[in-house]
Design a binder for this molecule. Sequence first.
Ligand code: IMP
Ligand code: MG
Length: 433
Amino acid sequence: MNTRIQPCVTAVVGTKWGDEGKARIATYEAQNARLDMRTQGGNNAGHTIVVDGDKIGLHLIPGGIINEETTAIIGNGVAGNPKVLTEEIDVMSKYVNITSEKLIISDRSFVIMPYHIDLDGICEDERGKAKIATTNRGIGPTYSDAALRIGVRYQDLFRSRESLEGILGIAMRHHEDKLAKYGKGYSVKELYDYLMEAKENLYKWIGDPDELIAQTLYGGKKIVIEGAQADRLDLLNGDYPNCTSSQCNPSGVLSATGIGPLWVKEIVGVMKGYDSRVGNGPFPTEIFNDEVAKLIREAGHEYGTTTGRPRRVGWLDLVAVNYLRGYSALAVNHIDTIGKIGEQLGYIKVCYAYLYQGEIVHNFPSNIEVTGEVPKPLYRTFEGGWTITEKTNSYEDLPEKAKIYIGYIEEITKVPVRDIGIGPGTNDTIKRF
Ligand code: IMP
Ligand code: MG
């Protein structure tokens, strides 16, 4: 036993296909955190934070930057578009003095290059009918270049011109034929200029965060990790190929920082009272009845933050909350929304198991792409719904039916529900422990 390790990391991760409302839980957790970190994904993610009554859409900078004592870190595993980073720093500078102590962009993190965005679109086109429906932000090609070791990292902006052009030349030789086939192409000079502009805008914040992370860990101070995307979009454990290209599971969000697992204190899995998915891929509880789907989509404002796409919506799927991940607690958002839906429709359905290949299963099957069979959900139906009134301040104040619903989530997932979202505001969260 290493007694000098006192677990102090809280990871907030999505349990489904993203857009579960991680940001509000992470922002809440970050209130007393020394560090608030994004560790994987890039500006395919999106969340809204409210500062001084203004709504701000962020894709890369963790929301905890608004807290006085918190340093925001863009970690090693992030694929960051320098233009988006520059814009977000500009916007946030109206509210916070973003010194180099306030924000660190890890010098090991990867730069999204203009050709990565082209290649994202080209790859989608070449897939024909088998499109993933990516966010088209260049995320996949940035990670595949990283794996090929022809990526550009933020530290490369500080190389000599000759050295940086060498790196860009390798990348271009790899991609130029494909790009040319689609009428695209970049000179090394053009790419160098793109990076020098990024350097001019961002140099102050690029650095090695390890010393600060180590001091924080050994000082026993709180670190919040804001997972991006979500469990079923995980490259290795999710719905391949209809997934993202980073690892969004609890261990993945950690390894993308370099922080070892013994430092973790809690892993909060975030979900909603119903489900949604944007992009293609299996969604067992998807609602195809237009009227019911529309009801949920409107009540829950289910349109993409990054792309504005209407999200596919479905009943709450408790099988998709994978028990292997070992969440210490769940946060369930939109308990107000699902109650309202129940009142309007007279019922709510919750999936507790699937019928797949003629058998009842309790985990998400691995080979849906091969069998072509989407698991058939087995539902428990709850009669009616509920209304959350303004007087609801604690778990005890919740309508009885809402408590039964939450109890059922705990019974099937075997994870305690800690946070309950009952409205759109940051303060509309009931904390049970
Ligand atoms: P990519 O991450 O842009 O390559 O997209 C791959 C898949 O992940 C697509 O189905 C996207 O819709 C989905 N995706 C990526 N980021 C998010 C997110 O933040 N929320 C929800 N879905 C996402
Ligand atoms: Mg989101």
